[in-house]
Design a protein around this ligand. Sequence first.
Ligand code: NDP
Ligand SMILES: CC(C)CCC[C@@H](C)[C@H]1CC=C2C3=C(CC[C@@]21C)[C@@]1(C)CC[C@H](O)C(C)(C)[C@@H]1CC3
Length: 382
Amino acid sequence: ARSGPARLLALPAYLPGLEELWSPRALLLLFIWLGLQVALYLLPARKVAEGLELKDKSRLRYPINGFQALVLTALLVGLGLSVGLPLGALPGMLLPLAFATTLTSFTFSLLLYAKASVAPASALAPGGNSGNAVYDFFLGRELNPRLGSFDFKYFCELRPGLIGWVLINLALLMQEAELRGSPSLAMWLVNGFQLLYVGDALWYEESVLTTMDIIHDGFGFMLVFGDLGWVPFTYSLQAQFLLYHPQPLGLPMALLICSIKAIGYYIFRGANSQKNTFRKNPSDPSVAGLETIPTATGRQLLVSGWWGMVRHPNYLGDLIMALAWSLPCGLSHLLPYFYVLYFTALLVHREARDEQQCLRKYDRAWQEYCKRVPYRIIPYVY
Ligand SMILES: NC(=O)C1=CN([C@@H]2O[C@H](COP(=O)(O)OP(=O)(O)OC[C@H]3O[C@@H](n4cnc5c(N)ncnc54)[C@H](OP(=O)(O)O)[C@@H]3O)[C@@H](O)[C@H]2O)C=CC1
Ligand SMILES: CC(C)CCC[C@@H](C)[C@H]1CC=C2C3=C(CC[C@@]21C)[C@@]1(C)CC[C@H](O)C(C)(C)[C@@H]1CC3
């Protein structure tokens, strides 16, 4: 993103040496950030939610105070800025920060791997205990590793990486204002769209308890690094690109992009909320009228509403939003579209994993659902 040609499909002009990657200051900054987010997680929550039933029939409890953490972080950053916090220096530290985060994720995943050796069999994840150490280290052996009531996976999934991502975006916006007098319209859109996405995730924090990551996947390197490193440093690529490659954007085009974002968000939120409401309380008036298929497990599958359009309407909305995040960066470079490309691959793979699990869980009822709703993500296409 910083280089002149900003090419996605070419090797970087040079690879940074260790002296550019390693910085004790960056490591210290990372630990201060993680410490702050842990402290905010431990503050009293407006609500404590119960997770889905586990193998041993118990349910874990989770504090719902993620949005509060976002607001308090924003207040602290605002306060910091008013007393001269040099947020504009953050873009220049991204490389050593990403390096420190990668090292920390690696070390943390090793500790989690070791911790799983003393966990009871019922606490292990279905996928990450193959006996192949590298595979299990990557996928994660323990489903919900905890220290007392502190849940590492739930904390990492929604707090340091997601809030860190919007903070990096904000620093890039401020840096642009410093360089060019004011932030560009493209930078405003990217910041606004991604802040909405993160704000939404934390506002509807409870719904993360029914995602594959929480109910199925172990907490290993993939999620630790994904949550802490991959999300903040690659999801902010559009803003990073815009800082070094300003793009002209007219009002009509901006309005069109906002409409694309709005359509994507409408589908994403509508689909996720419909399923979460239905899973929590199928007789809720907003979902009680929807057509369903009964399954042998006693649970039902929705076959009308959003879930009657395609089998993963939430992925469709998410992908449309991803496109809207890249369009403000123009069409001259592929690099800002990295997120769309990676995310398509991730969701196609995720969809296939989910299909397998649902087929195992629901058997004939799932086959019936696939017959009734033949498309996976994009109606009449895929
Ligand atoms: N920005 C990012 O990087 C990422 C974003 N995401 C987003 O996270 C969100 C959650 O995704 P994910 O956890 O993969 O999956 P979903 O939220 O789609 O959950 C899948 C589960 O929903 C239930 N389900 C499926 N079909 C039906 C139906 N017809 N009726 C009722 N329940 C049904 C099944 O579980 P059960 O029946 O057991 O309830 C299934 O296992 C999505 O919006 C996705 O786009 C995901 C990955 C990365
Ligand atoms: C390192 C690998 C290349 C990929 C790692 C994948 C992870 C980055 C993603 C797996 C599932 C995720 C989710 C979100 C962020 C990305 C990861 C961690 C999510 C928190 C984003 C905000 C959404 O509203 C959500 C539904 C809460 C998402 C849940 C899944």
